[in-house]
Design a protein around this ligand. Sequence first.
Ligand SMILES: NC(=O)c1ccc[n+]([C@@H]2O[C@H](COP(=O)([O-])OP(=O)(O)OC[C@H]3O[C@@H](n4cnc5c(N)ncnc54)[C@H](OP(=O)(O)O)[C@@H]3O)[C@@H](O)[C@H]2O)c1
Length: 238
Amino acid sequence: MSQKKIALVTGANKGLGLEIARQLGKAGVQVFVGARDAERGKKAETELRAEGVDAHFVKLDVENQSELDAAVKTIGEKAGKLDILVNNAGISSDWGGSITRESFAATLNTNVIGPWAATEAFADLLAKSGHGRVVNHSSILGSIETLKSTDEMNDFFTYAYASSKAALNMVTVIQSKALAAKGIKVNAAHPGWVKTDLGGANAPLDVETGAKTAVELALLNDDGPTGGYFHLGKKLPW
Ligand SMILES: NC(=O)c1ccc[n+]([C@@H]2O[C@H](COP(=O)([O-])OP(=O)(O)OC[C@H]3O[C@@H](n4cnc5c(N)ncnc54)[C@H](OP(=O)(O)O)[C@@H]3O)[C@@H](O)[C@H]2O)c1
């Protein structure tokens, strides 16, 4: 079994996922770069390797159970364990107002069922770490208390995306309890509003800052929290 920490970041071919892979790699972690498109994933692997990161592309559409099972097999054979799973892949199909039954369901499938299924699939390899860490990339838009207590973010609350992140927060709490006995910590991260294809050009934060919360939670010590919801070290209201 590898002495190095091993991580898998989903949706790591661009945006926050690519930057989380980069920051984990620079911290000495071997990183499996999950991407649903092989060409985009290999390009990210090449880019990261050129920067000295021990990066390995793995084909992974989080909606596809056979690809999840194949990724578990690949990482099990190559590394024998998984220390860090960052469930980063996400979509925002109802940004801009239009929503259909199909787009609502697609958002839940990617943003909630995908991370839940990935954590379930990798639980045994995470247990082999003895110090497994799962980070679910949530959003402040999943905070029901925030929605209720202010009108400032009303324009950003959309049925599918916000509901998906609130549901992901619940998955985080349940899996943190279910996996605690295996030494696995499960937390939800809000990256801030970040300039990416999803966040848009008006976002105030760059990806370097946006990746920090997830990276901190990925590298938590054994005395760190589990079942929490954080932004840059601060607890967020559910
Ligand atoms: N940017 C923000 O302001 C912000 C704020 C709060 C939370 N977040 C969360 O942070 C995460 C990353 O967002 P981002 O801003 O970096 O977005 P992004 O630039 O659009 O990147 C999203 C990534 O997810 C991948 N992806 C989408 N569906 C997938 C699937 N079914 N299987 C595997 N990969 C899939 C995309 O792959 P393709 O390239 O193949 O499409 C891409 O790599 C998301 O969960 C998002 O909700 C972002």
